[in-house]
Unconditional design. Structure first.
Length: 355
């Protein structure tokens, strides 16, 4: 999949600004509603309600738009724009949640566990996906969503692999289901194994996917576990970068039919939004962003993801979801169990369990 070069983006935004406005306003309205739902039910967050509302509206959209083809034509560009460009922009703004200092502080302890769980998860996704005969792109989305950071990782990888709206919707929904189970089950596991808050924060940060679910699980266990769990989770988000670059190279090899991948060509494969993600993280580490604007940007990234997922939900091909069947859900469940057991085993081997 060819992504637009960075230098072409402003021109595209200027030329399409008027065309995308009606559809963008619709996705923004859905994001506002989903944000309200997430405020009332924190474990849901705003991403899952946004995509569910979008999918539900996509079911009744043909009836609403019957005889209104001109209106449908007007809103579609903005819906597509939200599901693509705003998704990539959200990944860029996510970098404001990370700092080099926090990464260095928790890296030595958590990195071996993160690398182990990610390796096991991606290897398991490849093997189990082949065994279950799930579609390649959907397998990739569920694998990175489980192994890295749920909807954020899916958002970053989807444009790289050229995933369809239905595949993104299925992957996000699958990840969310097992996030809910983690929130309910993980605190019980932590207490049963006599984990201290630090150890449980390490466990939750490396085995739960979305940040909202990490916050919920750690908060249920103890307030003391919460801060460390979130930092571990945010460091884990960095794995988006090497995985996305690797997938870009892999996809290019598939499309290039044996063409030689030079260093210059590989550099061009790095998605612009990942470069932006790193730049924002570095700027945030320098301390030049005051607390108030930083908090605004954090909230903006969450809202942009909700808008993007609303656009994806509105564009979802429901028959394609039905054709996907039970196999991707089974894949998500197996990977969730695999990551959970791997995290616990690695923590035990490194001596953190019961410390």
């Amino acid at each position: 999949m060819q992504l637009a070069p960075v230098h072409t983006l402003p021109a595209r935004l200027t030329s399409r600004g008027v065309d995308v406005l009606p559809g963008v306003l619709i996705t923004a309205a859905i994001a506002l509603v989903s944000t309200g739902i997430g405020a009332v039910i924190p474990v849901l967050g705003s991403a899952v309600p946004a995509i569910i509302i979008g999918v539900l509206l996509s079911l009744i959209r043909p009836r609403i738009m019957a005889g209104r083809e001109q209106l449908n034509t007007r809103i579609q560009p903005g819906i597509s724009y939200s599901g693509k460009f705003l998704l990539q922009l959200a990944v860029v703004v996510l970098g404001v949640q990370l700092s080099i200092g926090a990464i260095a502080k928790v890296g030595l302890e958590s990195l071996p566990i993160m690398l182990t769980t990610l390796t096991v998860c991606l290897t398991g996704a490849w093997l189990l996906g082949r065994m279950l005969r799930t579609e390649r792109r959907l397998t990739t989305l569920i694998g990175v969503g489980t192994g890295i950071c749920g909807a954020s990782a899916i958002a970053a990888v989807a444009p790289v692999v050229g995933a369809a709206s239905a595949e993104i919707a299925y992957a996000v929904s699958t990840i969310f289901l097992f996030n809910i189970l983690a929130v309910l089950i993980f605190p019980l596991i932590g207490h049963a194994l006599a984990m201290d808050p630090h150890t449980f924060g390490l466990f939750a940060g490396t085995a739960v996917n979305d940040t909202s679910s990490v916050v919920a699980a750690a908060g249920v266990f103890s307030t003391a576990a919460l801060g460390y769990a979130v930092v571990v989770k945010l460091v884990r988000t960095l794995m988006i970068i090497p995985i996305s670059i690797g997938l870009s190279i892999y996809e290019a090899k598939r499309d290039a039919a044996g063409q030689r991948l030079t260093g210059r060509r590989i550099a061009k494969l790095v998605p612009w939004f990942l470069i932006g993600f790193v730049i924002v993280a570095v700027v945030n580490s320098s301390g030049v962003i005051p607390p108030a604007p930083r908090e605004f940007l954090v909230r903006a990234s969450v809202f942009l993801i909700a808008m993007a997922l609303a656009g994806i939900g509105l564009s979802t091909d429901i028959p394609a979801l039905r054709r996907a069947g039970w196999r991707p859900l089974a894949l998500g469940g197996m990977l969730w169990i695999l990551v959970t057991l791997t995290s616990l085993a690695t923590i035990a081997v490194t001596g953190a369990l019961g410390a």
